[in-house]
Design a protein around this ligand. Structure first.
Ligand SMILES: NC(=O)c1ccc[n+]([C@@H]2O[C@H](COP(=O)([O-])OP(=O)(O)OC[C@H]3O[C@@H](n4cnc5c(N)ncnc54)[C@H](O)[C@@H]3O)[C@@H](O)[C@H]2O)c1
Length: 260
């Protein structure tokens, strides 16, 4: 019961990592609000978890205003919803990406985090406490040639997390804000990238990952649980990497140890 009686709003929670967070938070005693644009999947999950569903397009300011009217005071917000742009089938590299695609990805991934943090600070101010967890990515820490807008938006999330953390501390609010940076986590987000020959494509994707496998949504959910709970009470403005070891080193490192 690590989140007993805490009101936790999770965006993009109809499937994938968000759904795993909603399930784990419910198990840990939270009052969860599943939010998503996918009404069918989102409300089905909410029914299963016996919690609320709220239809929210995170890129839409008026949607956040409606949410604020319904949930004036909250304990936790997980800004999880995100898109890569790759499923459009159009190029996402820095040379050929269209401005529309660049903007669309930033709108859903980054503007949403601005809206979400602004709402959460107001909704947590009365109790002077709370936790905001922003879903960035490993792609927010390194460049990604085939997903320029995605990488840029995730880097923006990382930095805004630190700004929000410092602002809240300056205001003497015990409102913490941290980011999570997952590597390859097997969810429907990967469908467009893995294509028909899924098993083969998966092997290729993780061949340079030290742990040689995809992560699971539950492994990210446990990180979100720690950051949402009071166990991480001295952590703010921090970034937690969950990537099977990719960022621990470099594929250009010198070869194997002589003993091997
Ligand atoms: N899966 C990975 O490998 C991975 C790695 C790093 C970071 N992430 C990040 O984790 C988060 C969740 O990813 P996932 O893998 O679960 O993705 P997913 O595609 O499986 O699920 C994303 C959810 O967000 C919802 N969504 C999309 N646009 C929305 C909008 N405008 N408003 C509200 N909801 C919207 C979708 O309906 C879906 O339910 C994303 O921010 C993603 O960038 C994922």
């Amino acid at each position: 019961m690590r989140l007993k009686n805490k009101l936790c709003i999770i965006t993009g929670a109809a499937q994938g990592i968000g759904a795993a967070i909603a399930q784990l938070f419910s198990k840990e005693g939270a009052h969860v609000v599943v939010t998503d644009t996918n009404k069918d999947l989102g409300s089905a999950l909410a029914k299963k978890l016996k919690c609320d569903f709220f239809e929210l397009d995170v890129s839409c300011e008026s949607g956040w205003e409606q949410l604020a009217k319904k949930y004036e005071h909250i304990d936790v917000l997980v800004n999880n919803a995100g898109i890569t742009g790759i499923d459009t089938g159009r190029p996402q590299n820095p040379e050929k990406a269209s401005y529309e695609d660049w903007q669309a990805v930033h709108h859903v991934n980054l503007d949403s985090v601005f809206f979400g943090c602004r709402y959460a600070i107001k909704a947590m101010r009365k109790k002077k406490r709370g936790s905001i967890v922003n879903m960035s990515s490993r792609s927010g820490l390194v460049g990604i040639p085939a997903a320029a807008a995605y990488a840029s938006s995730k880097a923006g999330i990382r930095n805004h997390t630190k700004t929000v953390a410092l602002y809240c501390a300056e205001q003497q609010l015990n409102i913490r804000c941290n980011s999570i940076h997952p590597g390859a986590i097997l969810t429907p987000l990967w469908d467009a990238m893995l294509g028909e020959n899924k098993e083969e494509a998966m092997k290729m994707c993780v061949k340079d990952t030290p742990m040689k496998r995809f992560g699971t949504p539950e492994e990210v959910a446990y990180t979100a649980l720690f950051l949402a709970s009071d166990e991480s009470s001295y952590m703010t403005g921090a970034e937690v990497v969950v990537d099977g070891g990719i960022l621990a080193g470099s594929t250009a490192a010198p070869g194997s140890d002589i003993d091997k």
